[in-house]
Design a protein around this ligand. Sequence first.
Ligand code: HEM
Length: 421
Amino acid sequence: MNSTEAAADTLDPDTIDLADPATFADHDLSEFWRMLRDTRPVHWNQATRHRRGFWVLTRHDDIMAVYRDDTNFTSERGNVLVTLLEGGDVGAGRMLAVTDGPRHEQLRKIMLKSLGPRTLGPVAAAVRANTRHLIREAVARGDCDFALDIASRIPMTTISNLLGVPESDRDFLLAQTKAALSADDADADEVESAMARNEILLYFQDLVEQRRKAPGEDLISVLVDSVVAGEPLSDEDIVLNCYSLIIGGDETSRLSMIDSVYTLAAHPEQWRLLKNGECAIDTAVDEVLRWASPSMHFGRTAVRDTEIRGVRIGVNDIVTLWHAAANRDERVFDRPQVFDLRRTPNRQISFGYGPHYCVGSYLAKIEISELLMALRDLTTGFERIGDAPRIRSNLLTGFSSLPVRFFPDHAGLSRHDSAER
Ligand code: HEM
């Protein structure tokens, strides 16, 4: 929060604009979400002169119902506000997240060959080694920017390994990804993001051509070798899906990890539970994901007239589903405003639900759990030593920078050093 933030309970639902990134940068929305859940569970975000209006769902069960309902709602006209409001996504019918029906099912099966729990063993080992290496370096230095020095180097390295992206190209891809999706500063503009998206597509076009000539073990080679609806995937289809893995898998995981360190630094009693092995890592990971809710919303377009909670939803209406609100729904979570690493059950909805449930969820959970275990084993704790600026986005939430000081656990460092060799 900063001094320009308005008190949350003064927000007027008839004027607040959830399409505007400034809304999230300038306000703490917790009370606003609560008010919508309680009094306007099917809320209409007014149109402006420049864009149409859209529905806003905030209750956990309503959101699950729409995610499940691919008869009345489609993803093929976009699944996040920026594309929904433009009326479509260039990847529709080709990119997994914005493809429906049998084609989606077939493509998803192919992607799961590389992203499913049974095949991720070697990837998990590489994530573990990379994470521990980065934490050791940071502990040795003492101070670091956790966002830049550690978190930004975990998911991108992992996805790059999956896709077979050479080491030398990774910094370039990371920079383009940041520019394409969220703006770390207020001055970044839409032209710059569009150029970055284009750069990523061109980059993958090159890589697909290389894999057609010389296939390897990576996910691009799996896609090159696949058949969907009786036809091999085109270069363009493969490129779009690589793009979606980078876009979907880098920033969300990164922001969750940054949020976990930010939140643990602010909740020493929860850190002690983790450090003393008094909470199961899987349980802690779910709470980190619930708390961070890194992708605040996803959305759908109605393909026919329908109803939600007795409210008429017209054909072609946009319905947005707010994880940020559903993950704090009192109807589902006991004391939702409390960060509790031992929370069970935990029906966090950060990965969505239904046919499009995040295909990278296993990988994301591996990344977050390896981080928590590395922090537990190699440090006695950490503290924030500077401001943590928020990214500006209507889709993603989290911090672009997080200056921290780590305190070494000397016994842990030497014990795990010999175990890791
Ligand atoms: C789908 C969130 C990590 C790739 C989704 C969806 C959500 C989500 C909410 C559903 C979108 C919809 O229904 O329209 C997250 C979060 C992550 C994460 C919060 C990290 C904490 C990843 C990773 C990858 C990935 C690591 C790739 C390696 C995808 C893809 C889809 C998807 C390809 C589309 C799945 C489909 O349509 O069948 N993600 N994701 N995500 N995610 Fe993730």
